[in-house]
Design a protein around this ligand. Structure first.
Ligand code: DSN
Length: 392
């Protein structure tokens, strides 16, 4: 690079990424091909609109890129183009969720979403997010005892509050979600069912997590977590008489965004092909095996795992343990000093604040990409234990 200042920073970050154990549940390492597409000359083109309907000239090749991405996405998730539409233009997860509500929920309407402390996302209608200011959140939590979703309780809330949309699929909920039960609740109260599968999309693609497509009206996802693509997002919309697909396309452009990032979309196309390979299926399985091994070993070492374990790629560890342990921020800082990168996280019924909560969230997608297996997870659990106990 001619710009030595930026080059130096990129090299330093590459070195950092290589030298740490990365347990951030939402991060991953993309392939060289994905990086090449992302860093390609496709970034030079303006393509406002959709394939065949662009505002700018010169888009014949760009159209092919976007259509290829859409085709591969639908194929990966085994969706028929006659039944499902996918919009691959959202710039990332938060704008994707904002687009869905903007298209489908009347201003001031109700979004039923999980509270942050139980594992929900900011854009599931939290009061601090614009999604909680433009619309009103109907919050729900996990069961205080089991730390899992309590479907009869959810139904009670939904029937009382009559939300316009119910959002399921979470950022810090380690268990399977029963999408069929959510569908029943949505039908009972007359709500749209949206699944935000950002965290587990790669596990759905790999066949190790239940697919939401049989039950959802709309599915959003980021592409850079378990799905191991460039940072981007997409919205899947069931095609039916309600024509949500048309409404959502219109909200993305001209409603919320301008020119799509076609280099990003090309990178997504590349990674969709990668995710169709047998090697990727093996990867997804290993991600879950690794998470279960990590959770099991930490539990053996005396750490309380929220909900008792995991069905997915992520684990929530209660490091505070009723004041007998250490705070999530302290735990995260100590681990970082020892070369283990995690994020502090609230736990259900968290007695502490969001900025220094009671737990940490661990995930295995990134380290599994680097070839780590169960024996490595046991070693990592022991190292975590040693670091956290060492200074108590
Ligand atoms: N930042 C994502 C995560 O870590 O789960 C959510 O936006």
């Amino acid at each position: 690079m001619k710009d030595k200042q930026v080059e130096k920073l990129i090299k330093a970050e590459a070195k950092r990424q290589k030298s740490v154990i990365n347990l951030i549940a939402s991060e991953n390492y993309v392939s060289k091909d994905v990086l090449e597409a992302l860093g390609s000359i496709l970034t030079n083109k303006y393509a406002e609109g959709y394939p065949g309907r662009r505002y700018y000239g010169g888009n014949t090749i760009i159209d092919k890129v976007e259509l290829l991405a859409m085709e591969r996405v639908l194929k990966l998730f085994k969706l028929k183009p006659a039944e499902w539409h996918v919009n691959v233009q959202p710039l990332s997860g938060s704008p994707a969720n904002l687009a869905v509500y903007s298209a489908l929920v009347p201003l001031g309407g109700k979004i039923m979403g999980m509270k942050l402390s139980s594992g929900g996302h900011l854009t599931h209608g939290q009061p601090v997010s614009m999604t909680g200011k433009i619309w009103k959140q109907v919050p729900f939590e996990v069961d205080a005892k089991t730390e899992r979703l309590n479907y009869p309780e959810l139904k009670k809330i939904a029937m009382k509050e009559k939300p316009d949309i119910i959002v399921c699929g979470f950022t810090a909920y380690p268990r399977f979600v029963d999408f069929k039960k959510f569908r029943e609740i949505a039908d009972a109260c007359g709500a749209i069912l949206m699944v935000d599968m950002s965290h587990f999309a790669g596990l759905v693609a790999g066949g190790v997590y239940p697919s939401p497509f049989k039950y959802a009206d709309v599915v959003t996802t980021t592409t850079h977590k378990t799905l191991r693509s460039a940072r981007s997002a997409m919205i899947f919309v069931r095609k039916d008489a309600r024509e949500f697909n048309k409404k959502i396309d219109k909200v993305i452009i001209p409603g919320l965004q301008g020119g799509p990032h076609e280099n990003q979309i090309a990178a997504v196309a590349v990674s969709m092909r990668e995710a169709m390979s047998p090697a990727y299926k093996k990867y997804a399985k290993q991600v879950v095996k690794n998470a279960q091994t990590l959770a099991g070993e930490l539990s053996k070492l005396g750490w309380r795992i929220v909900s008792g374990g995991t069905d997915s790629h992520l684990i929530l560890v209660d490091t505070w343990m009723n004041g007998k342990g250490i705070s999530g921020k302290d735990a995260s800082d100590r681990l970082e000093k020892a070369g283990i990168i995690v994020n502090m996280n609230t736990i259900p019924q968290d007695p502490r604040g969001v900025m220094d909560p009671s737990g940490i969230r661990l995930g295995t997608p990134a380290e599994t990409t680097r070839g780590k297996k169960e024996k490595d997870m046991i070693a990592i659990a022991r190292k975590i234990d040693k670091v956290l106990r060492g200074k108590r």
